[in-house]
Design a protein around this ligand. Structure first.
Ligand code: PLP
Length: 378
């Protein structure tokens, strides 16, 4: 069986975790947490990076920092993971779902302005598959209406928009190191703060509503409860694991991109014949090879192709049921929007096996099977 995903270990993870354990400081905000944060701040020019227990938690921190109050509206693409919306719902936000582009699952930036009301507070662009949203347009409309922008960059490590690192453009951004992402720590995330106004409060929210970070830096002589927050900081062992991955970021990215290219070259002729659509990279975006997907012509065709691949030893998966059609949304909202492009990706998008250790021969097996499938279908 060719699996869909296989977490990659560089070999140094356990060594660094051992170090973290035996230096005697196991809780958060120690040496490895700081090493990871510094890595992100130096590599991607993030103003401030805070390790988090997950991307979901980083998004929850962002929702608190945006000061979401019950009834505030947040614009989110419907074609995304639940957390992009849920983190704001927990603060009482009303979610306003936006459609995808016709040729790319990202939020259609041209449709955002029509969704803005007096209660809109935040826009959440999700860089699907690590491909940048049209951030100039998103930032322009946000500025015009005085809104905050939180990038859901869960999939977007080491990817760029017009040369700018994703995660460095919005006021805030969140990354994921879940084991299905390019760079992993099992569960794990990062909050990025680009707007300096939020830095002090972010550290407090991170440390259970206390000003402990300031105390450790010697800026205050005692610390106490000053704000809301939670235990958003991960233990040192998580950051130790992540640091081993970060040291090998370029190697991991190079291999993933080579896999992606091999899929693309192998399947291009099926796109030329009109059988499938392959990922469409806007000229302003780079590819970080987070995933390789194709878009089938119908739900029925996708279901049949998944079964055909599985019967032949290849696990492919689909994901994201439209959030605007979810049970939760229908139970809590009276008006259900019509978002046809989102629904099309929900029905027709298929993800192929993509992981560092995927071999060239295995990619060829997958490509040949898809080829065979479409030969028999015509
Ligand atoms: C993976 C993912 C998340 C959630 O990340 P966790 O670290 O598992 O909380 C959120 N948004 C998107 C777009 C994701 O792909």
């Amino acid at each position: 069986m060719i699996p869909f995903n296989k977490p990659f270990l560089t070999g140094k993870e356990a060594h660094y975790m051992y170090q973290a354990v035996y230096t005697g400081k196991l809780s958060g905000n120690g040496v490895f947490t700081k090493k990871c944060q510094l890595f992100f701040e130096e590599h991607y020019a993030f103003k401030k990076a805070l390790m988090a227990t997950s991307c979901t938690d980083a998004l929850e921190m962002a929702a608190i920092l945006c000061d979401i109050k019950p009834g505030d509206e947040v614009i989110v693409p419907s074609y995304t993971f639940v957390s992009s919306a849920l983190a704001f719902v927990r603060q009482g936000a009303r979610i306003v779902f936006a459609d995808s582009c016709s040729d790319n699952p990202n939020i259609d930036a041209d449709k955002i302005e029509a969704l803005i009301t007096e209660r809109t507070k935040v826009i959440v662009p999700v860089h699907y598959a690590g491909v940048a949203c049209d951030m100039d347009k998103v930032m322009e409309v946000a500025e015009k209406y005085n809104l905050l922008v939180v990038e859901d960059a869960a999939q977007a490590i080491d990817s760029f928009y017009k040369g700018r690192p994703l995660g460095s453009i919005g006021h805030l951004a969140a990354f994921s190191f879940h084991e299905t992402k390019n760079i992993i720590s099992g569960e794990g995330g990062l909050l990025v703060i680009n707007d300096e106004r939020f830095i002090r409060r972010a550290e407090i929210i991170w440390e259970k509503g206390t000003n402990r970070s300031e105390f450790f830096r010697g800026e205050v002589n005692k610390y106490g409860w000053v704000d809301t927050g939670s235990s958003f900081l991960p233990s040192e062992t998580v950051s130790a694991f992540l640091y081993a991955q970060l040291e090998n970021l370029d190697m991991i990215q190079d291999r993933r991109k080579a896999i992606w290219e091999q899929y693309y070259e192998g399947l291009k002729h099926l796109e030329d014949k009109g059988f499938v659509h392959l990922p469409n990279l806007p000229e302003y975006a780079t590819n970080n090879a987070h995933m390789f997907y194709l878009v089938c012509r119908s739900l029925e065709e996708r279901t049949t192709l998944i079964k055909y691949l599985k019967d032949n030893g290849v696990l492919s998966v689909f994901h994201y049921l439209s959030l605007h059609l979810s049970g939760y949304y229908k139970a809590n909202y009276t008006e259900i929007p019509h978002l046809p492009f989102c629904d099309r990706f929900a029905d027709c998008l298929l993800r192929l096996p993509m992981f560092y250790e995927l071999k060239d021969e295995e990619i060829k097996i997958v490509v040949d099977l898809i080829d065979e499938f479409y030969k028999s279908r015509g």
